[in-house]
Design a protein around this ligand. Structure first.
Ligand code: F6P
Length: 322
């Protein structure tokens, strides 16, 4: 394979630039031409495609976001547009495509694979919601961003003896909340994967108060079954302790990528280039038990998510008031 393309798609994630950098430089090093596609599948449909040079990816490793820009493409769900995207790649002589993105982006890549394009999926999303890989690019940086915010919140919550609810991103996946809750010392973690009723939440906050805790911290995934403001109001009524909500929102999507994300991005993108160079069929590249692995793209998308219940239970033990 002599000509390959790369695009970033879906919600951006810290580390995407590291993936683009590794793909371009490993591709050129292998004697290939590497084409950058702007704005994800939308840019593909519009032919926003240009050959990249070694220098094109200089000074981006440390930058969050993606120099290729990204976009969500509703058009790309339609057969005629998927066909158009495949034809656009063929027009440029591009035989293989690296898609850096999450679940939706990988499904778009699978559609292109059905049109005869070889697609390599590199897992880029802060949500960590691709079940075939232990971690996705951007997740580690996003958790660390939330941890920095939690540290500040613990200070002021203690000063005012308040309960604070921090709602984090993750779409339908609770991993951001779970890992930030563990590392941030949450009293309670609320995730879409585990049902809990409001009385149990109140009981845990009251238990913490009774044990002398100066503040209560609840880390909630946006996909959990609660509205943060309504929950705060209920807690304030039930516990007598002031309650506040904090929603870091898009702050979680930016920032300079961590070592873990720069490493994961560089290794997975390098693997994608190697597989394309060796004319492999479409695959998803990821991390499993510390090893960089690849598996059939369709099979990767069929792997069922397994929520880390052991970690969830540990958070509850460690966050208890005594
Ligand atoms: O998929 C990444 C993500 O940040 C989710 O956690 C969040 O729910 C969503 O994107 C927000 O989407 P948008 O950037 O289109 O508002």
């Amino acid at each position: 394979m002599k000509k390959i393309g790369i695009l970033t798609s879906g919600g951006d994630a810290p580390g995407m630039n590291a993936a683009v950098r590794a793909a371009v430089r490993c591709g050129i090093d292998a004697g290939m031409e590497v084409y950058g596609i702007q704005r994800g599948y939308e840019g593909l449909l519009e032919g926003e495609i240009a050959k990249m040079e070694w220098s094109s990816v200089g000074d981006i490793l440390q930058r969050g976001g993606t120099i290729l820009r990204t976009a969500r493409s509703s058009r790309f769900m339609e057969e005629r547009w998927i066909h158009h995207g495949a034809e656009m790649l063929r027009t440029f002589g591009i035989e293989g495509l690296i898609v850096v993105g999450g679940d939706g982006s990988f499904h778009g890549g699978l559609e292109l694979a059905k049109q005869g394009i070889t697609v390599m999926g590199v897992p880029g999303t802060i949500d960590n919601d691709l079940a075939y890989t232990d971690y996705t690019i951007g997740f580690d940086t996003a958790v660390n961003t939330v941890l920095g915010l939690i540290s500040n919140i613990r200070d002021t919550s203690s000063s005012h003896e308040r309960t604070t609810i921090v709602e984090v991103m993750g779409r339908h996946c609770g991993d951001l909340a779970l890992h930030a809750g563990l590392a941030g010392g949450a009293d309670v973690v609320l995730v879409p994967e585990v049902e809990i009723d409001v009385h149990e939440i109140c009981r845990r906050v009251l238990q913490g108060q009774a044990s002398g805790k100066a503040h209560s911290l609840i880390v909630m995934a946006e996909g959990a079954a609660f509205n943060p403001d309504e929950l705060a109001e209920t807690l304030e009524t039930m516990t007598g302790r002031e309650a506040r909500t904090v929603v870091p929102g898009y702050i979680q999507r930016g920032g300079s990528p961590s070592l873990a994300d720069r490493r994961l991005a560089s290794l997975t993108a390098a693997k994608a280039v190697e597989l394309l160079y060796n004319d492999s069929h479409s695959r998803a590249i990821g991390l499993q038990a510390g090893e960089i692995v690849s598996m059939d793209l369709r099979e990767a998308l069929e792997v069922k998510p397994e929520f880390d219940m052991e970690l969830y239970k540990l958070v509850n033990v460690l966050g208890k008031g005594r």
